[in-house]
Design a protein around this ligand. Sequence first.
Ligand code: ZN
Length: 234
Amino acid sequence: MGVVRQLIGTMILAATAHATPLQCVERYLGAHAEQRGGAWVAVLADGTALPYDRGVRSAAERLDDPAIKDIFATRYHTGPIKPVTDENEDPGRARVEALYRAAYPESKLVKATFMGHPVQVNDQVAPALARIAARVGKDPALAPFFAKLGGSHNDRVIAGTTRQSAHAWGIALDLNPALSHYWRWSKAGWQNKIPQKIVDAFEAEGFIWGGRWYHFDTMHFEYRPELLDGSCYP
Ligand SMILES: [Zn+2]
């Protein structure tokens, strides 16, 4: 029954223009996509229906109270690190809180060790961190960036906002704050010291990096595999 419903749902999705983001929300974030009253919604396990599309919205609206579609409004690009100069270039900063809270619940937090430091993260994130440590741990030039961590799980809001931080879901990790730059502390615009090798290692495991944002936060890595899968964008 469930399988049939899922198959039909997938076929319907494949026939619509808005197919891919919702399919990715199903694949990566465990919500169920369906059509209600002519509009697509992502339904959580507790029955909450989240709208796919809320029409044309400003960048501020997309950030403060995003629809599913808004998560994918700005494409996340990997590759050579470069300064971000477009003030709307913040791929991944729009997060539908209820969606991520359901996908990464508190009950799935686990204790792990990353580069010698205790961390608390979601159980999908822990094995990804272990693979990253295996890749970057052998390079002594990278060690200072992991000498101290800014933090992992932390049930808090984003500084200066009422929005829940990805740290609250155990999907974010901050590297050494002493070697990092944050837009709120900077008067000089985009700056960065985090090496390409570290960024590449995290991105290869499904993490986005806060250094790809105009509102940069270069110590910040966040597990968002749905944004690193090119097929997820409309
Ligand atoms: Zn962070």
